[in-house]
Design a protein around this ligand. Structure first.
Ligand code: NG1
Ligand code: ZN
Length: 533
């Protein structure tokens, strides 16, 4: 059972700084790395409690701050099937992180144990990984101190992408069952994806090279490894911003977040008209595509475009395969471009749901469809196949050669897609597989619809918590009267849409606006920001 004196002793080496209030938000804990030592130690404790509670299932821990600056870091917990930590436990994480003294810490632990009827004697299993940040190793040692203070079985998965950690967590928990998800190793991950990719593109001509900006992060070495497993004859990947060892380069003027936010090429990219390019973020769980047009304009293919491409391809395969009983739906957030929603609903006739920001919301909504495609505009997303869909796809036989081929491709897609979480490597292969099948250029893909000009601005306010939203964050409830003022502004712009919400990861309020022209959009964003400030 739990030795509380041992915990106190270990915790004394990882004291909580005074005057800091930690919150486990949409992306776990995330902030300047030098404020995280005590937090990570305590996250280790929480993971052990969670594993004990879930009958010794393996819990994952990822140390990363994704697209944030290099001096930041963060940590989040991964539940047994590779999904985000159950929401009701986020509170425990926050409580543990904020316990000021060792005695308070032990009190919080005891409370979690008693609230959840945790059997203290149950063994605990943990797997953890980190990205390439220089602060990683020191934080790992704080984590291990936390884990060891409770005698858990620990697997160090090393330096990995966030989605690889999600993958391996699921693999450990379903190994040998009918839901087996693959070998719980990095090698197993590459083999699974590479084999599936080759199946989906077999017999089609290889596309021109894909130029990948890896944000100088962990995606660089991992993409190279994946490409080796796939083979040049199927995919030609050319990397830029693949220097993940020089300090100061991670996410600096490059990566998916930079490209999406600034709507221009990353530093170091030399693509010309006709080239195909994509950017990962710092932990390789987001991807956006882009190209330059004849007249040298930058064209972005973001998460909304990927959802449209993937949804369209899957719907076609389901139809061709004759699996009419399987429904396909798309899940977006308020940040999805209005044109993408119109295209999905009106042209593709797909049901679209809108949910609040945060992967867990998208993921849960996508689970309501037989095949649920979810993407945030920023390029984080994946496709979920329900048990029913998997069973149907794996047992279908097909009458004609055409049906058989469609069924084979759907089967391969269920392996190609990382269903635990958005995954830049897996999503890249998904897009490449679809474009190879369709023999489409990025421009042809882009022609489905044109994005409305849009603008995202940050407003620093005294207290962002006074902003309360409803309707999947598209409307403000509080401060009272503000939404009416925003509505009045919006009504003056053609195709105008705008909303305001507090960020869950930064101390700012975000203002989003879109309108028929760039000028009108910028004006609307500026005026709404003026109301908030
Ligand atoms: P916040 O800071 O709550 O807007 C940001 C992203 C989310 C999501 C999370 C987690 C935008 C506008 N927001 O959330 O989509 O990715 O970070 O990393 O891109
Ligand atoms: Zn990320």
């Amino acid at each position: 059972s739990i030795n509380y004196d041992k915990i106190k002793e270990a915790a004394a080496y990882h004291p909580k700084p005074q005057d800091i209030n930690y919150t486990y938000g949409t992306a776990g804990f995330r902030m300047k790395a030098d404020l995280l030592d005590s937090v990570i130690f305590r996250v280790g404790i929480l993971a052990v409690l969670r594993s004990k509670k879930l009958d010794s299932k393996t819990i994952g821990i990822m140390i990363t701050a994704s697209h944030n600056p290099e001096h930041d870091n963060g940590v989040k917990l991964v539940d047994p099937y590779g999904e985000m930590l159950e929401q009701s436990w986020e509170n425990y994480a926050t409580q543990l992180a904020n316990a000021q003294t060792e005695d308070e810490l032990v009190d919080v632990i005891k409370q979690i144990v008693s609230n959840n009827d945790i059997d203290e004697s149950k063994p605990a299993n943990i797997v953890y990984a980190r990205d390439t940040r220089p602060s990683g190793p020191a934080l790992v040692s704080a984590l291990v101190d936390g884990l060891k203070s409770l005698n858990s079985k620990i697997i160090d998965f090393g330096v990995k992408t966030t989605p690889q950690l999600h993958y391996v967590t699921r693999c450990y928990n379903v190994q040998g069952t009918e839901d087996d998800y693959g070998e719980p190793t990095e090698e197993g991950y590459y083999k699974k994806l590479a084999t599936a990719f080759r199946k989906v593109v077999e017999g089609k001509s290889r596309l021109t090279p894909i130029h990948i900006d890896a944000a100088n992060g962990v995606g660089a070495p991992k993409m190279k490894e994946l490409a080796k497993h796939i083979g040049d004859e199927y995919l030609e990947a050319v990397l830029v911003n693949d220097d993940y060892t020089t300090q100061g380069k991670l996410n600096y003027q490059c990566g998916a977040d930079f490209v999406k936010t600034s709507q221009r090429l990353p530093f170091g990219s030399k693509i010309k008209h006709g080239d195909r390019a994509a950017s990962f973020d710092g932990d390789a769980d987001r991807i956006v595509y882009y190209y330059v047009d004849e007249d040298n304009t930058f064209k972005l293919l973001d998460g909304d475009k990927i959802a449209g491409l993937a949804g369209g391809f899957i719907i076609d395969l389901v139809k061709t395969a004759g699996l009419e009983g399987i429904n396909v739906g798309v899940v977006q957030t308020a940040y999805a471009n209005g044109s993408s929603t119109t295209y999905l609903e009106k042209v593709m006739n797909v049901p679209v749901s809108c949910v609040p920001t945060g992967v867990k919301h998208l993921h849960h909504e996508a689970e309501k469809y037989d095949i649920g495609v979810y993407f945030e505009a920023n390029g984080h997303g994946t496709v979920l196949f329900s048990k029913k869909a998997l069973k149907t796809i794996h047992s279908a036989e097909g009458q004609t050669a055409e049906q058989k081929e469609a069924i084979e491709k759907l089967r391969a897609l269920t392996d190609l897609i990382n269903q635990t979480v958005g995954d830049a490597l897996s999503d890249l292969l998904l897009v490449e597989a679809i474009l190879t099948n369709r023999q489409w250029s990025l421009k042809q893909w882009d022609q489905a619809y044109s994005d409305l000009p849009n603008r995202l601005v940050k407003v620093v306010v005294e207290n962002r918590h006074i902003f309360k939203t409803t309707d999947a964050e598209r409307k403000l409830l509080e401060p009272t009267g503000l939404q009416e003022q925003i509505n009045e502004l919006i009504s003056k712009y053609k195709n105008g849409r705008s909303f305001v919400r507090p960020s869950g990861t930064e101390d700012v309020v975000r203002v989003y606006a879109e309108a028929a022209t760039r000028e009108e959009c910028d004006e609307l964003a500026y005026k709404v920001a003026g109301l908030v400030y």
